[in-house]
Design a protein around this ligand. Structure first.
Ligand code: GDP
Ligand code: IMO
Ligand code: MG
Length: 428
């Protein structure tokens, strides 16, 4: 099983960090392929809790090489501070590899991110303010700065000047902000160059060779399917491709080399930031899911919007990612409800719709059609096998599996590494 992708099947925060960390001990490389430090991945090892933003969750597994691929946007200040934070906690980060083609998030990208949001007012996306969108915009506009530019001062200066020529006009004339000084940005970036240098590598070559040698490579997605800029709830999305195809473009590994695509799926639904969310709850059930599930953003500390499980979304994730498996997380959070509603379809303008509508306005009008499944009250956090689960919890999992279109191969019953029920091995 040389290469597998692990990605979010909903709107992010499904528990990707825990799932990646769980496999980290058995894989040779863990690779981030898109996004940046907008991600917040929680890993709980024993009594230690880690919140990773930019670094792949595999960094916590000693035998594993963590890789930041070309598709990731890298804030060098965040990279260095996240590394030193882990070093202080005794984690060896020396194996990290960073693509020279990855684009850099600079202070002007975070500034533009924040002022754009302010300018949009009530139409804002609710971004994390980490400069993600403006950095990807510069990449596509061919005025981005890449990691490799840190090692050629003359090219770096020319590129920063070119990027700022245009941006300063907008900042000053449209947003009424002070212009940003190119020389200051160049100095700041050069200040990171030596510390970053030991990690810079031709990651595409290394990963392809590793796969050819039979090494196990795990691609770890940030965000989730419905935050994908092509396949998500545009414009309320992030600016990259968390879906499976992003693993190829974001690393330079071809699709024929990927054997398995695992969707991380929460047993209910959450979303941070603005945008449509058909099963969102505004009542005490929503509040209970938020409290019991600890649904507060790891990156921005914002409360997450909470709602019931949406099988239409799960089916869509199976389709656009070609999922081979699901890892169902946070089943334990649903303990204690007498009945659990599950959205099996939508009603749009009086018609029942089974698949996610491609039209933005239809999705905005989608009303969930619920089926009630019987709940359970037993503590399931110690369950080790599927048959340890109460009958109604087993039936809930089986019902979700049937509706979602791919087998559920693992179930999370708590945040810790060992609080997992493995049904089919991901690595066989
Ligand atoms: P990610 O962004 O997909 O890595 O997810 P986050 O770390 O943002 O949010 C998931 C939260 O759920 C974290 O606090 C995890 O520790 C926690 N978690 C993951 N799996 C489980 C589970 O099966 N049960 C419970 N109760 N918590 C879980
Ligand atoms: P992980 O990897 C949940 C959301 C933001 C906003 C939108 C765009 O922890 O699952 P951006 O800063 O990316 O331009 O914001 O995307 N968002 C996330 N929501 N989990 C994440 O990451 C997210 N990363 C971005 O809230 O709605
Ligand atoms: Mg998260």
């Amino acid at each position: 099983m040389p290469a597998l992708v692990l990605l979010g099947a909903q709107w992010g925060d499904e528990g990707k960090g825990k799932a990646t960390d769980l496999l980290g001990g058995s894989v040779d490389y863990v690779v981030r392929y898109q996004g940046g430090n907008n991600a917040g991945h929680t890993v709980v090892v024993g009594d230690q809790k880690y919140a990773l933003h930019l670094l792949p969750s595999g960094i916590l597994s000693p035998g594993c090489t963590p890789v930041i691929g070309n598709g990731v946007v890298v804030d060098p200040a965040v990279l260095l501070s996240e590394l030193s934070g882990l070093n202080e906690r005794g984690v060896d980060t020396s194996k990290l590899l960073l693509s020279g083609n990855a684009h850099l998030i600079t202070p002007y990208h975070t500034t533009v991110d924040k002022v754009t949001e302010r300018f949009l007012g009530k139409r804002k996306i609710g971004t994390t303010g980490r400069g993600i969108g403006p950095t990807y915009a510069d990449k596509i506009n061919r005025v981005g700065i890449r990691v490799q530019d840190l090692y050629d001062e003359s090219i770096l200066t020319q590129k920063v000047e070119a990027a700022l020529d245009f941006k300063n006009q907008i900042l000053a004339k449209l947003y009424n902000r002070r212009a940003i000084d190119a020389a200051q940005i160049v100095d700041e970036l050069l200040g990171y160059a030596e510390q970053v240098k030991p990690f810079v590598a031709d990651t595409t070559l290394i990963l392809n060779n590793a796969i050819d040698e039979g090494k196990v490579v795990l691609f770890e997605g940030g965000q989730g399917t419905l935050l994908d800029v092509d396949h998500g709830t545009y414009p309320f999305v992030t600016s990259s491709n968390p879906t499976a195809g992003g693993a190829c473009t974001g690393t330079g590994v071809g699709p024929t080399k990927i054997n398995r695509v695992i969707g991380i799926l929460k047993a209910y639904t959450t979303r941070v930031g603005a945008g449509p969310f058909p099963t969102e709850l505004f009542d005490k059930d929503g509040e209970a899911l938020r409290t019991i599930g600890g649904e507060r953003g790891v990156t921005t500390g914002r409360d997450r919007r909470c709602g019931w499980f949406d099988a239409v979304i799960a089916r869509y994730a199976t389709r656009v990612n070609g999922l081979t498996d699901f890892f169902l997380t946070k089943l334990d959070v649903l303990t204690g409800w007498e009945q659990i509603p599950v959205c099996v379809a939508y009603e749009i303008d009086g018609k029942r719709v089974e698949e996610l509508p491609y039209s933005q306005s239809d999705f905005h009008h989608a009303k969930p059609v619920y089926e009630m499944l019987p709940g359970w009250s037993e503590d399931i956090s110690k369950a080790k096998t599927f048959s340890d689960l109460p009958k109604n919890a087993q039936a809930y999992v089986k019902a979700l599996e049937e509706m979602s279109g791919a087998p559920i191969s693992a179930i999370g019953v708590g945040p810790g590494r060992d609080e997992t029920i493995e049904i089919n091995s991901f690595l066989s």
